[in-house]
Design a protein. Structure first.
Ligand SMILES: [Zn+2]
Length: 410
């Protein structure tokens, strides 16, 4: 089995050696003597867990900067939807590879996706060797044939590696009706897959839902039709009542906070005191690059912490440690991936960070620096499942991937 030995690296302020065997952290100790296939010198470097981006639409990289700073409906109907309709599977493949390059460079090894042309996304993920759960996405408007084809695809899907899975992704309550939600929930359950949906993103969504459904909030509505459980992943959850938070917590739903997109689209501020009070399961995601406009989970952590503090006038709210857990181990846990921390027996996902970087000096507290100060330049090497995806800031094939994306004009 392939082995990597990382020598003299800082792990939680302790200098250790770390042996990776195959896809696992085999041994963490001082002075490991072993003949390894590869040795990495960790002097003046730290090892840290990578990011798990729990909500994105990866290939929307192609729409980065295409229509910003306008009203939501005008932006969607005049810019985003017409462009999305033109995207071919090859465009999606090129856009996803661009997204994965960006994610690797900014320390992300897993993403939970929701978009069209899932087969093209799977092809890109297989090639780039990151972890991903790719959404097979449903909107009623796209017609019965596509819905049937998608369900058929889900029922017959065989992953090509442990790194890849699919999820069942009804887009939202305003694009998917009750019967289809219930059918898809059943499909997800039968195939033991995650059920991935947008929820309570805007005030309009809540208002329309109350008007159409006997004053039920979107969370109450989804609960009333029986589609919330521990496999449900709900993106945004900006506008929640006490009762909503209670339901989401008791059903074991994973909430995904997307602070940059929520601010850019003026959706509102995630209610951190409320989700803390009900001990909801919370992760972080970037959302797509058309509403962010990048895929940096580092920026997402910082914005999440700052937005919480200013929204609730409480500087102690959402500490660096808490938001770091949301961005890392909570995502791995929600997806059932045995990773998210640097420990013997865990899957070998990690970042090697340059402690000589200007943003990390002085190093009073690495997690504080990581959340409030660092940027992608601090990340030197990225390892996912024991595979080196970026070494000394070099990602193989990066030039070709960027060039193809540049030439993908839509
Ligand atoms: Zn989204």
């Amino acid at each position: 089995m392939k082995t990597i030995l990382i020598k003299n690296i800082s792990l939680k302020n302790r200098i250790v050696d770390i042996l990776i065997e195959g896809n696992t952290f085999k041994q963490i100790d001082q002075n490991i003597i072993v003949k390894a296939d590869k040795i990495i010198d960790g002097t003046n470097k730290a090892i840290i867990q990578p990011f798990y981006n729990m909500h994105t639409h990866s290939s929307m990289t192609l729409l980065r900067g295409y229509g910003d700073d306008m009203r939501l409906f005008e932006w969607l109907s005049e810019y985003i939807w017409p462009q999305e309709a033109k995207l071919t599977p090859e465009d999606i493949y090129n856009g996803t590879r661009l997204a994965i390059v960006e994610m690797i460079r900014s320390g992300t090894v897993f993403f939970l996706d929701m978009y069209w042309h899932h087969e093209a996304i799977i092809r890109a993920v297989e090639e780039m060797k990151v972890r991903a759960s790719i959404g097979v996405t449903f909107i009623e408007e796209r017609g019965k044939t596509e819905i049937e084809e998608n369900i058929n695809f889900i029922n017959n899907f065989k992953p090509s590696s442990d790194l890849i899975t699919i999820n069942v992704a009804p887009h939202a309550i305003y694009t998917v009706g009750k019967d289809l939600y219930q059918e898809l929930f059943k499909v997800a359950k039968e195939n033991n897959l995650k059920f991935n949906t947008h929820l309570s993103e805007t005030i309009k969504e809540v208002k329309d839902c109350r008007e159409a459904n006997n004053n039920l909030t979107p969370t109450e509505y989804l609960d009333s039709i029986g589609v919330l459980d521990h496999n449900t992943i709900a993106a945004h959850c900006v506008h929640l009542t006490e009762h909503d938070a209670e339901i989401l917590s008791s059903r074991g739903v994973t909430l995904v906070h997307n602070p940059c997109a929520n601010m850019k689209l003026a959706s509102g501020a995630f209610n951190v005191p409320l989700v803390n009070k009900y001990e909801c399961k919370v992760c972080l995601g970037t959302d797509g690059t058309s509403s962010n406009n990048n895929l940096s989970m580092m920026e997402e952590m910082k914005f999440a912490a700052l937005l919480a503090k200013v929204s609730y006038n409480d500087t102690a709210l959402l500490s660096a440690n808490q938001v770091f857990a949301w961005a890392t181990k909570n995502g791995a846990k929600a997806m059932g991936i045995n990773s998210g921390s640097i420990k013997e027996g865990k899957l070998a996902d990690c970042l090697i960070v340059d402690l000589n970087s200007d943003r990390l000096i002085p190093n009073h507290n690495l997690i504080s620096n990581w959340v409030y100060s660092a940027d992608s330049r601090c990340i030197e090497t990225v390892i996912c499942n024991g595979n080196i995806l970026m070494e000394d800031r070099i990602i193989p094939n990066e030039a070709e991937i960027l060039e193809k994306a540049k030439r993908t004009i839509i």
